[in-house]
Write a protein that binds this ligand. Sequence first.
Ligand SMILES: NC(=O)c1ccc[n+]([C@@H]2O[C@H](COP(=O)([O-])OP(=O)(O)OC[C@H]3O[C@@H](n4cnc5c(N)ncnc54)[C@H](O)[C@@H]3O)[C@@H](O)[C@H]2O)c1
Ligand SMILES: O=P(O)(O)OC[C@@H](O)[C@@H](O)[C@H](O)[C@H](O)CO
Length: 383
Amino acid sequence: MRAVHFGAGNIGRGFIGLLLSQAGCSVTFVDVNASLVALLQEKQQYTVKLASEQAESFTVSGVNAINGNDTALVAAAIAEADLVTTAVGVSVLRHIAGAIAEGITLRLAKNPAAAASLLPIIACENAIGGSTQLGELVYSHLAAEVKAQAEQAIAFPDAAVDRIVPLQQHDDPLQVTVEPFYEWTVDRSALPQGTPEIPGIHYVDQLQPYIERKLFTVNTGHCVAAYHGYLQGYATIQEAMQDAAVRSEVEGALKETGAMLVRTYSFSESEHQAYIEQILERFINPYLTDEVVRVGRSPIRKLSPDDRLVRPALLAFELGLPTAHLTKAMAAALRFAYTEDPEAAEIQAALASSTLSEVIAHYTSLPAEHPLHAQIVEAYSKL
Ligand SMILES: NC(=O)c1ccc[n+]([C@@H]2O[C@H](COP(=O)([O-])OP(=O)(O)OC[C@H]3O[C@@H](n4cnc5c(N)ncnc54)[C@H](O)[C@@H]3O)[C@@H](O)[C@H]2O)c1
Ligand SMILES: O=P(O)(O)OC[C@@H](O)[C@@H](O)[C@H](O)[C@H](O)CO
């Protein structure tokens, strides 16, 4: 199988590329980082190391890379691929949609029969409905007659991906250290019948419980640790989690999202508690060094209404469940003044020129009269 993967970054090399290669796919990365692309083209392989006592390592070989700015080459690769995946960041999807549309157009011109052109395109981003969003962006670039053909042949199954891959600092720039845990869940119901399943991917008929459980537990807990850890002056999640006050904020927020998830999806309470405890163990993995500024990156995205803080808080609020730790974490996100993060800088500039209430309403979409809005204002003043 030929896989084209957009984003040869941490999760791209450390998880998706590794798993696809182990499943027997030949992987072609597409990236806009010219030196990374050149190195992958030269070496055609890289090493993935596990952050564990045994420190197992894997060589991912037979890989290739294309510069994402070379749209014609990218389109040609998509025309011949059996699978397309992405891990570029959800806000970057709109920048790759045009090249994907060009690839689909070329593919369908070569093989107009849907059966010969079947292609799953899976966005492996931390977002609800990432592939669906990508599909809408791609369709906006397709000509009307190609859209009709594409509807029969091209699938955009949503997915949840879970593996902590921190920022990397190795002599070998292609090497990636990853945590041992991984989970890649894909919505089977969006795939045409008979689509071959890839070993290592967990296919489910309904993705919503899986993506919400992952995003509102792993990623909610993670950003709570990052924002409170940052305020306490810690550099890494591992250090922040040693602080009893930070850990208690994380546990409190996960209790709030957990109560909402258990009620919404009828999860077993004890199984969900075990899931939370496994995640807390992953956060404190002593073999990982995961910077709070990576985990807290893009606070505008993280404060947006469908993301890991506001959405679970709103769902919990609607069920009459507590939300104090979640709204406190939103307040901490507003105080994430890391100047190298453009979104953090934008929020700080907004706070300097507008009222707190205007800023909260703008970034969270929670209007001033919403009770959660008042909770954020109160928490902000106490931080
Ligand atoms: N790192 C993790 O622990 C982790 C885990 C699960 C999911 N994710 C998600 O995976 C995605 C990527 O995260 P990451 O940590 O690997 O980030 P990263 O910055 O390490 O990798 C992103 C890569 O995308 C490339 N890129 C940017 N614009 C591009 C474009 N237009 N075309 C092609 N490539 C482009 C960048 O050059 C970079 O190499 C994000 O959505 C993130 O939320 C990350
Ligand atoms: O990638 P983000 O910015 O959405 O979130 C930061 C981390 O929480 C995230 O990358 C986790 O490490 C990952 O989602 C674990 O599966």
